[in-house]
Design a protein around this ligand. Structure first.
Ligand code: FPP
Length: 248
């Protein structure tokens, strides 16, 4: 039986977050430069977005460029930005046809103008789609996001719009860039690294983590289905006991 057929449609995570890692190592194995790995990584992105549509994952957040990635060599950063602009421009008709809505979290103002423009256009074209929401984390880091939210909340306290005692987890969530999405139930990281790397620190509080040695450009639908099946075999307790979960 095909792996996809063994997935329980009743227990598919609503939101999957992925740290797409290993493009550079994959390229090195092929004797190519790092940008070649990023280009190949786009094929994996396409497949995984499709797979989400096929099995009913409603939100997919991809860590495409972190705040820390700005420190990479200039030619890699420029190459990644160019790849992003070209990919968004080429893929938007396909995303739209497949019912995918594109959204972005991160410090968009820090991206090159062409990149911002391409993203704005794609988001406008796909805004009414409902099958899958593809969220690109771009110039994103969780500490940046939380800091921004703290500043906004502090400003509201200072202006008198809210009181200190109004601050609670829900209010904090409302000020995060992800306030339109449910928290991811599953976080996948490729390439054998077991780190969270400043990604969705708040939102992943109760997520299941899935790590695989597969490098991102080799990560395809079958690998994604394996991650979903692993998730379906776990017991999510949210701090309760196993007995409490099975009795309810
Ligand atoms: C990490 O691999 C990957 C990135 C920093 C960039 C990810 C970008 C893409 C997959 C392409 C563009 C994406 C979209 C959504 C259009 P790495 O470079 O850290 O690899 P390494 O750890 O092997 O060096």
């Amino acid at each position: 039986m095909e792996l996809k057929q063994t997935i329980n449609p009743e227990n598919v995570p609503q939101h999957v977050a992925i740290i797409m890692d290993g493009n550079g190592r994959w390229a090195k194995q092929q004797g190519e430069d790092r940008l070649f790995g990023h280009h190949e990584g786009v094929n994996s992105v396409r497949e995984i977005v499709e797979a989400c549509g096929e099995i009913g994952v409603k939100y997919l957040t991809l860590y495409a460029f972190s705040t820390e990635n700005w420190n990479r060599p200039k030619e890699e950063v420029d190459g990644l930005m160019e790849l992003l602009v070209n990919t968004i421009s080429m893929e938007t008709p396909n995303l739209h046809k497949k019912g995918v809505k594109l959204e972005v979290i991160g410090d968009l103002a820090s991206l090159p103008g062409t990149c911002q423009q391409e993203l704005e256009e794609s988001m406008a074209v796909t805004k009414d789609n409902t099958r899958v929401t593809l969220v690109l984390a771009l110039s994103y880091s969780s500490k940046w996001e939380i800091t921004e939210s703290v500043k906004q909340i502090a400003a509201k306290v200072v202006s008198g719009a809210i009181k200190i005692n109004d601050i609670n987890p829900r209010l904090i969530e409302e000020h995060l860039k992800t306030n339109r999405y449910p928290d991811p139930e599953l976080m996948i990281r490729t390439s054998g690294e077991h780190r969270i790397s400043n990604f969705l620190l708040w939102q992943l509080a109760y997520a299941e983590f899935y790590f695989t040695d597969v490098l991102w450009p080799d990560f395809r639908k079958e690998d994604f289905y394996k991650a979903i099946l692993s998730y379906q075999n776990r017991e999510r307790r949210f701090g309760k006991t196993s007995e409490q979960i099975t009795q309810s």
